[in-house]
Unconditional design. Sequence first.
Length: 255
Amino acid sequence: MSHEMYYKSEEILIFCPVYNEVHHLKELIEEIKSTEFLGDFLFINSGSTDNSESLIENSGLNYISLNKNEGIGNVIMEAIKFGNENNYKVLCLIAGNSKMRPKYINKILSPIVFENFDFVQGSRYLNFGSTKNMPYFRKIIIPITSKLFSFLYRKKMTDATCGFRAFKLSLVNSASYNIYANWLKKYAFEPYFYSNVLLDENVNSTEVAITMDYPDKKSKKRYTKIKPFLDYPALFLPYILTLINPKKFNLRDIS
């Protein structure tokens, strides 16, 4: 790996969506403060109705608050706008529910910063990636889904649903589809973006092994806002839509 840095630390934004995560935030805030990583950190409070905003405000970490929760896709859109307005060039997404460990931020960023990749996807199944306390249903469905889409896309992916990722801001800005479309505001943004990245042979993407920790069942803490079956179409249909009608990225605009 080259030691040349294609992007400086001040050009990198790590953003963390938060919606009603009061039971997870204290641990996450402590871990963020005790971890060294490239880039600036930003909480994006998505209209939380519990005490999340107060915890974020008192953390001393940078944050912005949205008036209401319109979905994870909308938070990503706001992060893109924030990045564009503040001269960032690389975005990294880490969840606010403490499943994703801040110690892996640099590992996610490394292929972009040091090897000039355009997009990096975290994987719980690549090499020595792993999970702790993952629900049994997810242990079964995620590998099956990933193998299915690997076959359909003719491109290996080991973790189709992992949200721990980083990408060049210029990449998403160069999309030939409307990245601010209303239908992408909930769960469709991430799979639609990722699937179009995979199908564009000119986009340089890769996976890196990470670990994700799910709450112990005894804690009774919720680890996701996804509603079974109700939200599944928004998570998986974008992969099919992209197969039917893939959208390219304007690589001349990527830097």
